[in-house]
Design a protein around this ligand. Structure first.
Ligand SMILES: Cc1cc2nc3c(=O)[nH]c(=O)nc-3n(C[C@H](O)[C@H](O)[C@H](O)COP(=O)(O)OP(=O)(O)OC[C@H]3O[C@@H](n4cnc5c(N)ncnc54)[C@H](O)[C@@H]3O)c2cc1C
Length: 416
């Protein structure tokens, strides 16, 4: 009989992992506390499908000194981690494109991802960084402001722009829609999903792991003994349950530390998001972004998601429990600066979300200290961009195969 694997968390990481494990013929059960897939960090995504480009994310919004020091130390000891991450990013975006194509996933994909270099100083710094990025095999191109405006004709002609970086393989889309469709494909391959089910503990049991889980009713509904609204998912009895699995993969972001049985040193990165309907005017067909637009100087991103525009930013990094105060006004100002008049101000949605960031800013991908336990935790803003490749490589390892890329440098043992 094939090996049984539990996946904890049904965000982008968990859904992609479930799909890849099921595709390799393993028996997969996904446990998710919420009522559907991609309800937490994956719901909040800025909608960018972005390659990893070292130094780009921090360019406009530096992390606190403590975090930068930890990253610097990690960078010194982590050796080839940036090269591994660049290769993983490339593999992952290629895997995402292949899944979209082969499975017919339609997540409102939009091509093109540009990074604004508002002044000559930033353009010069980017030009100096180019050889390093290219040495890592990254497809990064420095383009003139005129070319950037041609690719994004909705850009404000009065907003100063010196140049832009065009990130190859990058684009925008609807991460939640992607996760929902991939979930259906995973189910088609036999993976089972249990929603409103929280994993409470994981312990060694013989050669496998005992997973303790419990039905967790949605906060707004009275306790019930069976699952309420998750459609074709498994019914769940009330009270704590225990089940044995050959392996468990933790894909539950910030909360993985509570189940991992080892210290993971995760920080929380808070980000505000505003989503608004695109203004559709026949006389101005180019309103709004065509793809993804990143402004490191303001620390914000603007992306096209179907007929909507999504703006995210206002970043703060704290410890895993602290709260942050969102500055939605800054996002509205940023959108008005780059794409004026592009959205309707009715039906605007605003929200604040947090995502896990390992202390050194790299993914935690590989075998945990406890035998049979695996981690798939993506860093900061790269979660979607890395999800499909990370899931594929991890699934190969869980299935006992050699992964297509050596990802030892990203393994949790580096935190020991
Ligand atoms: C505002 C914002 C913008 C972002 N923008 C981008 C972007 O543009 N591009 C990009 O690539 N990435 C982006 N990211 C990052 C990306 O969204 C995340 O890295 C990615 O979604 C993380 O996915 P995940 O599956 O690891 O976590 P999540 O989506 O948070 O999923 C974890 C799941 O685990 C469940 N869970 C937790 N504990 C338990 C338990 N004990 N038992 C059962 N279930 C449990 C939770 O309910 C949750 O559904 C952004 C993140 C944020 C917050």
């Amino acid at each position: 009989m094939s090996r049984s694997v539990a996946v904890v968390g049904a965000g982008l990481a968990g859904v992609a992992t479930a799909y890849e494990l099921a595709a390799l013929g393993l028996r997969v059960q996904v446990f998710e506390r919420g009522g559907s897939v991609a309800e937490q960090a994956s719901f909040a995504s800025s909608a960018l499908l972005s390659p990893f480009v070292p130094g780009l994310a921090e360019a406009g919004a530096p992390a606190p000194l403590g975090l930068r020091l930890r990253r610097w130390r990690a960078g010194r000891t982590g050796g080839d981690a940036p090269a591994t991450l660049a290769a993983l990013s490339h593999l992952s975006l290629a895997r995402t494109a292949a899944l979209r194509r082969e499975l017919g996933l339609d997540d409102e994909a939009a091509e093109g991802l540009l990074v604004a270099l508002a002044d000559a100083k930033r353009a010069a710094a980017a030009e100096a960084a180019l050889p390093g990025w290219q040495a890592l095999g990254l497809q990064v191109e420095l383009i003139e402001a005129g070319e950037a405006r041609r690719r994004e004709p909705g850009l404000n002609p009065d907003a100063p722009l010196s140049a832009a970086l065009a990130l190859g393989q990058g684009g925008a889309g609807n991460a939640r829609l992607f996760a929902q469709q991939l979930r259906l494909q995973a189910q088609r391959l036999g993976a089972e999903f249990r929603f409103h089910t929280t994993v409470r503990a994981i312990a060694a049991e013989g050669a496998g792991l005992a997973l303790q889980h419990e039905y967790t009713p949605p906060a707004e509904a009275p306790t019930r003994g069976v699952e309420r609204d998750a459609g074709d998912t498994l019914p769940q009895p009330a009270g704590p349950q225990q089940e044995r699995f050959d392996a468990v993969v933790l894909c539950n972001g910030l909360e993985a530390a509570a189940l991992a049985g080892q210290r993971l040193r995760l920080a929380a990165r808070h980000e505000a998001a505003v989503t608004a309907p695109l203004r559709l005017l026949e006389a101005h067909p180019d309103l709004g972004p065509k793809g993804g637009w990143v402004d490191p100087s303001r620390g914000l991103t603007v992306a096209r998601s179907g007929q909507r525009v999504r703006v995210t930013g206002g970043l703060a990094v704290t410890d895993a429990r602290a709260k942050a105060t969102p500055d939605f006004e800054a996002l509205h100002r940023g959108l008005q600066h780059w794409f004026p008049g592009s959205v309707l101000h009715q039906q605007v949605q605003q929200g604040l979300s947090r995502r896990a960031v390992p202390a050194d800013g790299l993914p935690l991908l590989g075998a945990a200290a406890r035998p049979g336990l695996w981690l798939n935790l993506s860093p900061g803003g790269q979660g979607w961009g890395l999800a499909c490749g990370s899931a594929q490589l991890l699934a190969q390892q869980v299935a006992g195969q050699a992964p297509a890329l050596d990802i030892t440098a990203l393994g949790p043992q580096r935190l020991a």
